[in-house]
Design a binder for this molecule. Structure first.
Ligand SMILES: NC(=O)c1ccc[n+]([C@@H]2O[C@H](COP(=O)([O-])OP(=O)(O)OC[C@H]3O[C@@H](n4cnc5c(N)ncnc54)[C@H](OP(=O)(O)O)[C@@H]3O)[C@@H](O)[C@H]2O)c1
Length: 201
């Protein structure tokens, strides 16, 4: 398969890359890294990416960031970071991607653990995750041409242990291999409308 993988050099994207690259042609996309430099927060940049790459069999996204902080005192602008920088760019990848996805192709988005196992300061991120998973379930029933759509929702990755030290008390850390398998299932399997949680492994 020919696969666009946005965020391929990140912690999560690298896990997906390692799982898929041995069997597929991967176009690694990053804002400043990878085979193609694209800012998927920018619609023009995203559209140019699709025009330049052309038809693909799968689009995988492993990007997104947002605000971490207490609900009390959170501003609308802070809350909207997760919507603008995690939710919308990934949904735009889908909305703008239909004409470039071959029949029977797939979209795979990335959410995360916080909407099922919250931490203090994680409400804005939880909202973005929940919206992503909800979009996937809702959109899956009207995907055209046999196209599938799923999300991968990992626990904190082992490789990100230092980055999030102290923020996820009691949470387990999951391996690259376990996370990679979820992307493999999403891209190479047959299921649609699923949230593939990675809570162990
Ligand atoms: N790490 C974890 O433990 C974990 C667990 C659960 C869920 N998640 C979720 O997984 C997603 C990725 O997290 P991560 O930890 O892998 O992040 P990361 O290590 O910071 O990597 C982010 C990747 O996305 C690319 N990227 C960022 N903004 C972009 C943009 N506007 N356009 C194109 N590419 C862009 C980066 O490319 P450049 O470096 O070139 O900018 C990089 O390849 C996030 O939504 C996060 O919430 C992460």
């Amino acid at each position: 398969m020919k696969i666009i993988l946005v965020g391929a050099t990140g912690a999560v994207g690298k896990a997906a890359l390692d799982a898929l690259a041995p069997r597929h042609e991967i176009i690694a996309v990053g804002r400043s890294s990878g085979d193609l430099q694209v800012d998927i927060e920018d619609l023009d940049s995203l559209r140019t990416m699709y025009r330049n790459v052309g038809k693909v069999d799968a689009v995988v996204s492993a990007i997104g960031h947002g605000y971490f902080g207490a609900v009390e005192g959170m501003t609308v602008e802070q809350f909207m970071q997760g919507i603008n920088y995690k939710l919308l760019p990934q949904i735009n990848l889908v909305l703008e991607g239909f004409e470039y996805l071959n029949d029977g192709g797939s979209f795979t988005l990335t959410s995360g653990v916080l909407n099922r196992d919250p931490i203090p300061g994680g409400a804005a991120a939880a909202a973005a995750n929940g919206a992503l998973d909800g979009f996937v379930r809702g959109a899956s029933i009207e995907m055209p041409r046999g196209i599938r759509i799923n999300s991968v929702s990992p626990e904190v990755l082992e490789v990100s242990r230092q980055k999030y030290a102290g923020f996820f008390p009691g949470h387990v850390h999951v391996s690259n291999e376990a996370v990679g398998l979820a992307y493999s299932k999403a891209v190479e399997g047959c299921l649609t409308g699923q949230v593939f949680t990675v809570d162990f492994g």
